[in-house]
Ligand binder design. Structure first.
Ligand code: ZN
Length: 271
């Protein structure tokens, strides 16, 4: 599933190709994504330009006039830059063509992604108005995390994966950040000291930044006809390593289920 670093890498990968060049054609090959792709899209976009692309949580926000084209990659979506002549892949559902001769295609085999159009202030949009801070900003820090966690009995892993607390910490990164911080994923959020939250914040930011900078080396993959999105495998210390030796103590890593998601941790190093 595309996580925050992949979405950020996508933003950086596509921006220079599609900004400040008019839309010349919009082809909706299959409107049945998570929500129907609006019919009005072509009428709204033709001859207009994207002036900037930003990201909020895992939503890509393409500014067009005073409005916003919202793109979410869902479970399996990817965006790539091709020429309009490139044969379609079976799962290429939407294509945006531009006056500079480039085309942006959304491929999404599982169709949990979204392409939406809104002219309301973007932070008030129902998909975005409840979201907590971005993890890589100063707004996300150990003081706020500590304060929000008081009296919370929910497991710390679920606490940091809650988008009202902080956005963009997916399952992989939650597993890795808790291991790096020596925190047991099942520990009650309200029972964790400020000092440990400080460590956790530092690790969350470091791991996400690392993933984004590794993604930077794959930017070229957003261009061309391979159909392979530029996603990347980071070196993971616990996620996907159930039963393998802990890199710190060599004891086998344990897997449990939390909120129907896989958690892998070290019973010795994480307390
Ligand atoms: Zn260990």
């Amino acid at each position: 599933m595309p996580e925050l670093p992949e979405v950020e890498t996508t933003l950086r990968g596509i921006s220079s190709h599609v900004i400040n060049t008019p839309f010349t054609r919009i082809t909706i090959r299959n409107p049945k994504l998570r929500w129907p792709v609006p019919d009005e899209l072509a009428a709204q976009l033709l001859q207009q330009q994207i002036t900037k692309i930003t990201r909020r949580a895992k939503y890509l926000l393409l500014s067009v006039n005073q409005c916003t084209l919202i793109i979410h990659l869902g479970m399996s979506g990817s965006l790539r830059i091709v020429t309009p002549e490139t044969p379609y892949d079976k799962h290429d559902h939407i294509e945006f063509c531009f006056a500079n001769g480039k085309a942006l295609r959304l491929k999404d085999p599982r169709r949990f992604g979204a392409v939406l159009w809104t002219c309301e202030p973007i932070n008030e949009h129902p998909l975005l108005n409840h979201l907590g801070p971005e993890p890589l900003t100063d707004e996300f820090n150990s003081d706020t995390l500590f304060n929000l966690s008081r009296n919370k009995t929910m497991a710390v892993k679920q606490f940091i994966m809650n988008s009202k607390i902080v956005v963009g910490i997916g399952n992989i990164y939650a597993n890795e950040a808790l291991f790096a911080s020596g925190i047991h994923p099942g520990r009650a959020a309200g029972k964790i000291s400020k000092k440990r939250y400080k460590q956790l914040c530092i690790n969350i930011k470091r791991i996400l930044e690392q993933a984004i900078s590794q993604g930077g080396t794959t930017l070229k993959d957003f261009v061309g006809g391979t159909g392979k999105p530029g996603y990347f495998k980071q070196e993971l210390l616990v996620y996907g390593r159930k039963g393998l030796p802990c890199v710190q103590c060599q004891k086998p890593l344990k897997e449990i289920r939390q909120g129907n998601r896989s958690t892998v941790y070290c019973t010795h190093c994480q307390t």
